[in-house]
Write a protein that binds this ligand. Structure first.
Ligand code: AHR
Length: 500
């Protein structure tokens, strides 16, 4: 029997709900077809936004949405996306499939989407191919309430009052698709651009600098040394590649246990990356005033056969839900510094929570296993982390040559005093019996309930024909014994225990 002690009386850092944030890029069918279909579509919509998708995202309490990219952000010229739709400029989306971008989804549409989703907007500005003036004017267009050329243009385009925006990214992946800059060069550029990202009309912008890719610790060192007083946050990007080979990443649904194990091993690297970037940040910012934002993360597999490879459309299996859970646990554990994370990407791209289809099938939208992981973890939004003392058992790979921790967890207490414990057993075959000692809390069986997310195989997934293969179900395999909570952790499963 495994033992876990949770200290109920000593809550730790707040788990910012923005850790459960999202990312939507002008890429494939994420925006067009996924979130936005236009007012004239047969698909039910409000002001062009798909009603089914908006409702699904509200259900998981989407807290923040990053837009317009990604690599697209550093090629995006916001003025092309305002004004009369018919007159908006068309461009080629060179990064993603070489398709025509007609700019019918622009600034106004993005704020309308966020209004419907009731989430915070997070815009990433163009440093790679834009100008300081362009970024300055975008902020002015969105937030200025007085008389200026930009605020007048906004009014002429139908938006009388300025919008509010808290989160502003100054470039994306500027070490790569955002201009192939060195850290030193970007640090200077950041300061120049950020100077003109101004606060108007009581709107306070949290400026976010492009941070490192995965293990690029030097980038963090330079940014923290050169820029720290001018940024609210620094980003980190890390994608899980099943085979570790960007040329042949592996299928989203057709993989064996060896690849499954390697994928899990690779996703667990997130902990090491965050820990080491945090150590550098702590050196320059011991008070933890600067946030770390993992504003792109998730599993990246080969695109579904028969689809445009530039659209990054992939299915989503139980493996992906477990990846999400393990990463959430890592972010929660580091919530003293990690204040936001944005899965890539919300709809139809990479590790999506929703897939859509325009064919007349049984359903034109499916909720992926990852969606259900997000749903179970809503209990941790803005709750306080509880300290957990636990040694995970090992999950050994097929030939016994390598091991990784099998069980990952988060325990939190919310404002109403409810305790929520999420437990993920990534072992594909082996169940575990766990005894939880919740110190400082009298347990009453009537106040405990449980739910489980699992499937027949780690490759199980939902389809447009059958959306019920991997869904949340009630779970009864737990019991109170000698004031301790005993629970069976099924293989390849995520369990939520709610204690009132
Ligand atoms: O999410 C897909 C791409 O991955 C983004 O555009 C880019 O920022 C990253 O390399």
């Amino acid at each position: 029997m495994l033992k876990m002690i949770i200290s109920h009386d000593t809550p730790g850092s707040k788990i910012d709900k923005n850790i459960y944030g999202h990312f939507s890029e002008h890429l494939g069918r994420c925006i067009y077809g996924g979130l936005f279909v236009g007012e004239d579509s047969d698909i039910p919509n409000v002001n062009g936004m798909r009603t089914d998708v908006v409702n699904a995202l509200k259900e998981i309490k989407i807290p923040v949405l990053r837009w317009p990219g990604g690599c697209f952000a550093d090629e995006y010229h916001w003025m092309d996306g305002i004004g009369e739709k018919e007159k908006r400029k068309k461009m080629i989306n060179t990064h993603w499939g070489g398709v025509v971008e007609d700019n019918s989804f622009g600034t106004h549409e993005f704020f309308e989407l966020c209004r419907q989703l009731e989430c915070e907007p997070y815009i990433c500005g163009n440093v790679g191919s834009g100008t300081v003036r362009e970024m300055q004017e975008w902020v002015e267009y969105i937030t200025f309430d007085g008389l200026s050329p930009m605020s007048q243009t906004r009014r002429d385009n139908g938006q009388e009052n300025p919008w509010k925006i808290k989160y502003w990214g100054v470039g994306n992946e500027n070490w790569g698709c955002g201009g192939n800059m060195t850290a030193e060069y970007y640090a200077n550029e950041y300061k120049r651009y950020a100077t003109y990202v101004r606060n108007f009309a009581g709107n306070i912008i949290r400026k976010i600098a492009c941070g490192p890719n995965a293990a690029d610790y030097r980038w963090t060192e330079v940014l923290m040394r050169e820029v720290r007083y001018m940024m609210w946050g620094l980003t980190l990007h890390y994608y899980t590649i099943p085979t570790g080979d960007w040329g042949k990443k592996g299928s989203a649904t057709d993989f064996d246990e060896k690849i499954y194990f390697d994928t899990m091993k690779s996703t667990l690297k997130m902990d090491e990356y965050i820990t080491r970037h945090k150590t550098i940040m702590d050196k320059y910012d011991p008070d933890k005033a600067i946030a770390l934002l993992v504003d792109e993360w998730g599993i990246w597999t080969d695109a579904e056969p028969g689809t445009n490879p530039g659209f990054l459309y992939q299915q989503n299996s139980l493996r992906d839900a477990l990846i999400a859970a393990v990463n959430f646990d890592i972010f929660n554990k580091h919530s003293d510094r990690v204040k936001m994370a944005n899965i890539a990407q919300t709809v139809n791209v990479l590790q999506a929570v929703v897939l859509t289809d325009n064919e007349k099938r049984i359903s034109q939208m499916l909720l992926t296993p990852t969606y259900y992981a997000f749903k179970l973890y809503t209990v941790h939004h803005d709750a306080n982390l509880l300290p957990v003392y636990f040694n995970s058992p090992d999950y050994w790979n097929e030939n016994g040559g390598e091991k990784i921790p099998a069980v990952s967890n988060t325990a939190s207490i919310n404002k109403s005093g409810e305790i929520n414990i999420t437990l993920t057993n990534i072992d594909a075959n082996k169940p575990h019996e766990l005894e939880i000692d919740l110190r400082g809390k009298d347990l009453d069986a009537n106040n405990i309930s449980a739910q489980i997310l699992t499937g027949e195989y780690v490759t199980s997934h939902n389809t447009f024909e059958n959306g019920g293969n991997v869904i949340i179900k009630p779970y009864a395999n737990y019991a109170l014994k000698d004031s301790k909570l005993n629970v069976r952790l099924e293989p390849k499963s995520l369990i939520l225990l709610k204690i009132k």
